[in-house]
Design a protein around this ligand. Structure first.
Ligand code: URA
Ligand code: URA
Length: 294
């Protein structure tokens, strides 16, 4: 594509997205489409308003160039209502990294992050960067906002009070081990006094997370809280409008839910998060134990 066509293309997409978001804020949740257009452009589906899931296949794995050992079998059914491709970012088009190559690539990226100085203010106040941790072959990746005090001190994500709640959500709620999933943040450095990430900081740090996601290639994402959702899904909708339904990030089905730190302040919202986790578990083929984490 020429630069001009590309600019026109991205301007068009931005305008359509903004228009649809404005309609959505005004309560319009579907737009009729002329049948001729529907036939000609089947991929331009309006977003599903929906929470009633219709069975659809998960993102197909791109064809692999060479035979590789089969990954461990993943649980069966995926019943997910997903928005069309116009409303998600461009799917990752490289073939997945073989699982045995992932630890070394992640370690190289971790070292790059550790010496990053793109945000001099954060680099000068952090104790250390917090890269993320978990299985390099995780089927599910949780994405938070930024390290807090305990994370900054230990170099590990979600190990303070909000982290304890996230661990309970993973273990008691979903019946998984923390080491089976992957946990990362949008920002790898702690913002002073835990203030919200600034747009520049997100711009600098997001490419690291994108590379982490491309290496691990989880089947599902769980996005925690508003700043992470806004950074990844390029939307300004409030969290209450983003949770409870499916999104895609670079082709990967994604659920948004309340941030655990918000849940600590507003325990009444835990029932929402439990619903969101159940939606995720159904799609992952995990048995729902029928008990919400306290
Ligand atoms: N909050 C986050 O968003 N991330 C962490 O790692 C810890 C708290
Ligand atoms: N605001 C946030 O930043 N996150 C939440 O989860 C809720 C409100």
């Amino acid at each position: 594509m020429s630069d001009e066509t590309e600019l026109a293309h991205s301007t068009l997409i931005r305008e359509v997205r903004q228009r649809l978001e404005a309609l959505s804020r005004a309560g319009v949740d579907r737009i009729p489409r002329p049948p001729a257009v529907a036939r000609a452009r089947p991929h331009l589906e309006p977003p599903q308003a929906a929470v009633e899931p219709t069975p659809i296949a998960p993102t197909p794995e791109p064809t692999r160039p060479t035979p590789r050992p089969k990954p461990a079998p993943t649980p069966e059914p995926v019943a997910v209502a997903l928005p069309g491709s116009l409303f998600g970012s461009q799917a990752i088009d490289e073939p997945p990294v073989p699982p045995e190559d992932r630890p070394a690539l992640l370690e190289a990226l971790r070292l790059e992050v550790a010496s990053c100085n793109l945000c001099p203010a954060l680099a000068s106040t952090r104790t250390q960067t917090v890269f993320g941790e978990g299985s390099p072959a995780a089927p599910l990746m949780f994405i938070g906002e930024a390290p807090g005090q305990v994370e900054d001190e230990t170099g590990r994500p979600f190990v303070g009070p909000a982290g304890r709640l996230l661990t309970d959500m993973i273990t008691k709620g979903m019946g998984l081990k923390r080491e089976e999933v992957y946990i990362a943040n949008i920002l790898k450095s702690r913002p002073p006094n835990n203030r919200d990430p600034l747009p520049d900081e997100v711009g600098h740090c997001l490419p690291y997370l994108e590379r982490q996601i491309a290496i691990i290639r989880p089947r599902f994402l769980c996005i925690l809280g508003k700043p992470a959702a806004h950074a990844l899904l390029e939307t300004a909708l409030p969290l209450g409008k983003l949770r409870g339904r499916w999104h895609r990030y670079r082709g990967i089905p994604a659920v948004v839910t309340w941030h655990p730190a918000y849940l600590l302040r507003n325990p009444a919202a835990k029932k929402d998060t439990w619903q969101d986790l159940q939606m995720l578990m159904n799609a992952m083929g995990l048995k729902v134990p029928g008990r919400k984490p306290e």
